[in-house]
Design a protein around this ligand. Structure first.
Ligand SMILES: C[S@@+](CC[C@H](N)C(=O)[O-])C[C@H]1O[C@@H](n2cnc3c(N)ncnc32)[C@H](O)[C@@H]1O
Length: 279
């Protein structure tokens, strides 16, 4: 695991409160990578990532899921529509909670998806209450990742699935690559990035059985080529400059993450792990 001790939780919250409109402008309602098979549009690639993970987790009609770090609620809203499940989305950002709630009402699914503003590291849910714990690109922001996995596993019913996509540290053996991962952590407000082995270990230690452990790096990297290009061709940097230094820093780090994927310093990982049924 590679740590970046300067990141603070209040800064993460502030970042999502301020930057959510930028994400929406640049990338749409999903704040996660696209998963490409061929020449899909970014929107199709984003939905493809969501659908692929949902299929691996086996999300089906009537199931309860909790979406940790739900952003603008797009994954939860999509899944309640496409899979007929129920979702509780959790975000540390009050602005995102309001945005997601409004979107769910607007799209007519407010009875099946609700949103809560809470810190996932303090969230209390009843033991064995969830069929699925879903978290796409949020665990990077957590300070005590092993503790989160232990608590999240306790929320799962026997047979329930944990579905995770995460930015991973990979080869940080040379200083230049370690610096790339550090710069990504600093620019995107991640107190640490775990390796694929770290994630597998945390899930295993939480009593879960790993069913899928996939490296999607080459299939998601195009995300940053497109975003960096959109920043160059739009006035979004000027807008970010008006908002403040942190927002500009985050736009400037789009090339850093692209280079970190290309150099092998970082990976993009997908994990599905299941809680064993009682014997
Ligand atoms: C990169 S965005 C991913 C959003 C969403 N999963 C998606 O795929 O569109 C990261 C999300 O994690 C949330 N987050 C970060 N730290 C959190 C915490 N401690 N508790 C709850 N949410 C958190 C942010 O508010 C944001 O919604």
């Amino acid at each position: 695991m590679l740590s970046c001790p300067t990141v603070e939780k209040r800064v993460i919250r502030g970042h999502y409160d301020v930057s959510t409109p930028f994400y929406r402008l640049l990338w749409g309602p999903h704040i996660h990578h696209g998963l490409w098979e061929a020449d899909e549009t970014p929107r199709q690639a984003q939905l493809q990532l969501t659908e692929r993970l949902a299929t691996l987790a086996g999300i089906s009609v009537g199931q309860n899921m909790v979406d940790i770090g739900c952003g603008m609620g797009a994954s939860s809203i999509h899944l309640v529509k496409s899979r007929g499940c129920h979702s509780l989305g959790v975000t540390i950002s009050p602005l995102q909670k309001a945005w997601a709630t409004t979107s769910a009402r607007w799209q007519g699914v407010a009875k099946r998806v609700t949103f809560r503003c809470a810190d996932a590291e303090k969230l209390e849910l009843p033991v064995e209450s969830q069929d699925v714990v879903w978290s796409v690109e949020c665990t990077e922001h957590l300070f005590d990742k092993p503790a989160f996995f232990r608590r999240a596993a306790s929320w799962l019913k026997p047979g329930g699935a944990m579905a995770i996509c995460a930015w991973l540290a990979d080869d940080t053996s040379v200083p230049e690559r370690a610096q790339q991962v550090h710069d990504v952590c600093e620019g995107f407000f991640c107190p640490s990035l775990g390796t694929a082995d770290d994630y597998a270990h945390w899930m295993d230690q939480a009593g879960l059985r790993i069913e899928a452990r996939l490296d999607w790096t080459t299939r998601v990297t195009r995300t940053w080529e497109i975003c960096a290009d959109r920043v160059r061709r739009s006035r979004v940097r000027w807008l970010a400059h008006c908002v403040g230094y942190d927002s500009v820093l985050f736009l400037d780090r789009f090339d850093t993450i692209l280079n970190a994927y290309r150099s092998g310093a970082m990976q993009y990982g997908c994990f599905v792990a299941r809680k064993p049924r009682a014997t």
